[in-house]
Design a protein around this ligand. Structure first.
Ligand SMILES: Cc1cc2nc3c(=O)[nH]c(=O)nc-3n(C[C@H](O)[C@H](O)[C@H](O)COP(=O)(O)O)c2cc1C
Length: 181
């Protein structure tokens, strides 16, 4: 099956563990399936007063338009979604007909402190309701950055978490195929 996935990490940090989860996911895809990563570094906050679309925003929105499904790596900030991730979803949501997001499948994974970003992931699932995104229910991927699962570059080093990521990618491909219009 040929499928284009877009990975979006809510952390802008160079050594981000959440971005590390996406790199791990890239290693567990069959031939024909690609997982490109979005770069949110230069995306401004959504503001209806901004005239035209900044080039950085157009670049990521074009990636989102081309994607068949999404993989969100969702850090937890103060029990909720990190602003960089919510912000790009806000930009995408105002495109005509919500065409970049509506009816697409998504997988959600995340790395944070002891609860592994579960609270922010459930907030993201709530956002998906309004955006008409279809997040995969299971398997969930919650990873604790304090448990030594990542090296200092943010690469995933824990084989158990890596297996969870691999299993989630496999489930996402089946899910995307099932809900394909
Ligand atoms: C402003 C801020 C708030 C945070 N709040 C939480 C939190 O509520 N729960 C949690 O588990 N981790 C929290 N963290 C930790 C982040 O989730 C952690 O920095 C992140 O998982 C590391 O991800 P990264 O390596 O991808 O940048 C917070 C971090 C920051 C900077």
């Amino acid at each position: 099956m040929a499928l284009r996935l877009l990975g979006i990490s809510g952390s802008l940090r160079r050594q981000s563990c959440n971005t590390g989860l996406l790199r791990a996911a890239q290693k567990h895809l069959p031939a024909g399936v690609t997982l490109e990563l979005a770069d949110l570094m230069d995306i401004p906050f959504y503001n209806a007063d901004i005239e035209g679309k900044p080039a950085s925003v157009s670049r990521v929105l074009a990636q989102m338009a081309a994607a068949d499904a999404f993989v969100f790596a969702c850090p937890e900030y103060n029990y909720s979604i990190a602003p960089a991730l919510k912000n790009i979803l806000d930009w995408a949501s105002v495109e005509p007909g919500n065409a970049l997001l509506s009816d697409k499948a998504a997988a959600i994974m995340g790395a944070a402190y002891s609860r592994g970003s579960s609270r922010s992931q459930y907030h993201l699932r709530q956002v998906c309701v309004f955006l008409n995104l279809h997040p995969l229910n299971k398997p969930e991927v919650f990873s604790n950055v304090l448990a030594g699962n990542f090296d200092k570059e943010g690469n995933l080093t824990d084989p158990k978490v890596e297996q969870m990521v691999a299993d989630q990618m496999q489930a996402l491909l089946s899910w995307a195929e099932r809900i394909k219009p």
